[in-house]
Write a protein that binds this ligand. Sequence first.
Ligand code: TNX
Length: 494
Amino acid sequence: MERSIIPAPASVTATDGVEFEVTDATRIVAPTGSEAARIGGYLADLLRRSTGFPVEIGPTAGIVPGDTISLAVDADAADLGDEGYELKVDAEAVTLRAHRPAGLFHGVQSLRQLLPSRVESGEKQDGPWHIPGGTVVDKPRFAWRGAGLDVARHFFTVDEIKKYVDEIALYKINVLHLHLTDDQGWRIEIKKWPELTKVGASTAVGGGKGGFYTQEQYAEIVQYAAERFVTIVPEIDMPGHTNAALASYAELNCDGKARPTYTGIDVGFSALCVDKPVTYEFLDDVLGELAVLTPSPYLHIGGDEVKTLPAAEYATFIERVQQIVLKHGKQVLGWQEIAAAKLVPGAVTQYWDINASPAPVAAEVKGGAKVILSPASKAYLDMKYHENSKLGLQWAGFVEVRDAYDWEPATLLDGIGEDALLGVEAPIWSETLEDLDAVEFMAFPRLPAIAEIGWSPVAAREWESFGSRLAGHGPRWTAMGVNFYRSEQISWPE
Ligand code: TNX
């Protein structure tokens, strides 16, 4: 069983010689109207497309042995936690149990991966459809297993985001962090500041046409992701990375003059005017509108790479913005640079810059702050795989699959141990990536590596095992229509 599941489950016991066969009599059993039934419906849709079987859902089992896949939330299964599940497969039935619906959803992802890869096809395929027998008992190591996507340097459509949500959910990723604003583009409608999406949204790196999400479209993304147990975490980067806003509104600039729009890829040149009251009125409106659209407890305020502000002004700015975040009922999340300011209780920093000292973050940790790890040399999926990669950047080095896989969060940084970690996240910056095809090429196969680091216990993590499991996912991606990089480190099946 364990030969195929990514991320590696906490525990797997295979029953050799036993298998369950999905047939035209297979039914999904879950209480009518329950979350279990909704998740069962998601599984049924997947099975119907590729098997061509009717796969009915109902509250009671069928009468033929071997025809039942049951899903249930079990109030007594508290030991499985918020996201864990237990999956039992024998010749008669598949039984999936969890304490919470999220666990059922994750269990369905494991079940998917136990079926032949052609189950991922959008068209009817030939059987047989066997699932190997055994028991999986599984729950995550870290609560935060994120993917990040920069929709500012290049714009990605609602449909592209939805497809990416589907792809990351397969690997039990539970956060999609959207980098909504940067120098090259402002991508979210803010009703009180309409020029942001008239001017700021009109550009992209390289001079493309840009774009933005209306609040309605954004809510649709949030909802679609929530149905897949993925939380959208929005980022408004500030005080730097703000040229798109500074081009949209003259009054946000200290000299009162609107900046020209920007389509290059330099970083660090822009900054909001930290002394002007209008700056904080602006941020209050932006974060306020966004908070209403955001079920996540966190608003990401960026805070990275400001090269034009004195340190004291930067710190004062971050301290003021934190109060705005709190006022709107949210908690503060920011890139590691915000650790230079006095952080409010509950604030989380996201480590990325391998060239900067982690000491300020470690100091915050001493005071109880939590950290998300996105070390660029391992977890930045926009880094080139090797020197001849056409897509990607290379400031943090080349990142092959094994580099993305072979590191341990709890021992990576001095003073930032297991207890301080909320989890891990794999960002994709889109300076060189114009569409989802390009994003997929960077994410696969490295995203599953980061997903395994975030989910699996250390004892279940091993490169040889990961590599052989990963090889089997190549045909799965092909069946799903997911572009991927055929790394030479992996023995892909023909
Ligand atoms: C650094 S990561 C940045 C981004 C770039 C990225 C490219 C971070 C907080 N800032 O603005 O897009 O490198 O890899």
